[in-house]
Design a protein around this ligand. Structure first.
Ligand code: SF4
Ligand code: SF4
Length: 339
């Protein structure tokens, strides 16, 4: 088997960053996320290779928070497209956890399937290589296995690292892209047989079985009122969620020039469903709250066969009012559907 010694990490990153934008899990000030290797300041920033999940998911690398789409000029009714901003820069995300790899899979499902390809997303995603850091010690908010994925395996990860402590990382090339990259850095890998780490059990028992089916009949259920009461519709849960992908498209013009861009939006905000005439089909906080959980746990499963939650636990950790998607599932399972 191939082993990457930990004292070779700097050499590896330096080599990877020669031909690609490399992102590492990092604490920068009071923020943690996947930040570009080029921006790292060793005296100030802290690498977070052992953290289960950094605060910000890697979704912004394939779906930026704000993204220029195209620019144009116009004269009267005549509009000329000037530039389309696709971004094929090669990117490598190092040290993602399985929940975040799977969430990129879900984004692929949304942006590539059902007869539609989002070219802005495609230009980034096709040139992005994923290096998974397998999880052996799930945290108190982790429940990825319950959502149908393995914390240590992923078809979509190009390379899978298994942290064997002082022995280094077991390096597994998992896709053609991963094997190609491995071939380029083979000289810093060692051939040695070592044992895989022993996984610890999950601390939370979560069972998604039957939740999607149960929620189908619960759109008008009164339980949504007490469940949503504490929610202040701040939207931070959608911001940190690696699976939430909704965006808004805006246009800016100055004289005869202009550009269109898109930016993340959140179903938790009142304007999200506001129509031009002022009607809002999801006027209340309860309706928006209900939509978020039904979309994640029922609608998406009905449409694509898998839930729009990969069990990363971020929304549980950040919600200022203690709303917990695991408890929503448990409560949904416990009520009479026709009540
Ligand atoms: S983080 Fe909590 S309070 Fe804020 S919108 Fe999400 S569920 Fe509501
Ligand atoms: S819904 Fe919550 S637990 Fe599920 S993937 Fe999104 S942030 Fe993570």
């Amino acid at each position: 088997m191939k082993i990457l010694k930990k004292n070779q990490l700097d050499t590896l990153w330096e080599r990877l960053a020669r031909n690609a934008e490399l992102y590492l899990p990092t604490q920068k000030g009071d923020q943690s996320g996947f930040f570009s290797y080029k921006t790292l300041k060793p005296e100030k920033d802290t690498l977070m290779l052992d953290a289960l999940n950094v605060y910000l998911s890697p979704k912004n690398i394939v779906l930026p928070q704000t993204e220029m789409m195209y620019s144009f000029t116009h004269q009267g009714q005549e509009i000329n497209l000037e530039e389309v901003y696709e971004d094929p820069t090669p990117r490598i995300i190092f040290g993602l956890r399985s929940c975040d790899v799977k969430s990129i899979d879900r984004l692929d499902t949304v942006f590539f399937t059902r007869g539609f390809v989002d070219e802005y997303y495609r230009s980034r995603r096709e040139n992005t290589l994923l290096i998974l850091n397998a999880c052996y010690h799930p945290g108190p908010n982790c429940f990825c296995e319950a959502m149908g994925l393995s914390p240590r395996e992923s078809e979509s990860a190009d390379i899978i690292l298994h942290d064997a402590g002082e022995e280094g990382y077991i390096w597994v090339a998992n896709t053609e892209k991963g094997r190609e990259l491995t071939g380029n850095i083979e000289d810093i890998l060692e051939e040695k047989e070592i044992s895989y780490p022993q996984p610890r059990p999950f601390t939370r028992e979560v069972d998604y079985t039957g939740v999607a089916e149960k929620l189908k009949d619960m759109f008008s259920h009164p339980i949504w009122h007490p469940l949503s009461d504490p929610c202040i519709n701040c939207g931070i849960c959608t911001y940190v969620c690696p699976n939430c992908y909704c965006f808004d498209i805006q246009v800016k013009t100055r004289g005869e020039e202009g550009y269109r861009y898109r930016c993340w939006d959140s179903c938790m905000y009142g304007e999200y469903t506001m129509m031009a005439g002022g009607h809002n089909p999801r006027e209340t906080g309860m309706e928006r709250f209900r939509n978020r959980f039904l979309h994640k746990l029922e609608f998406f499963t009905e449409r694509y066969g898998e839930p729009l939650c990969t069990g990363c636990g971020r929304c549980i950790a950040v919600c200022p009012t203690g709303i917990n998607i695991i408890e929503i599932m448990e409560k949904a399972k416990g009520v009479e559907p026709s009540a």
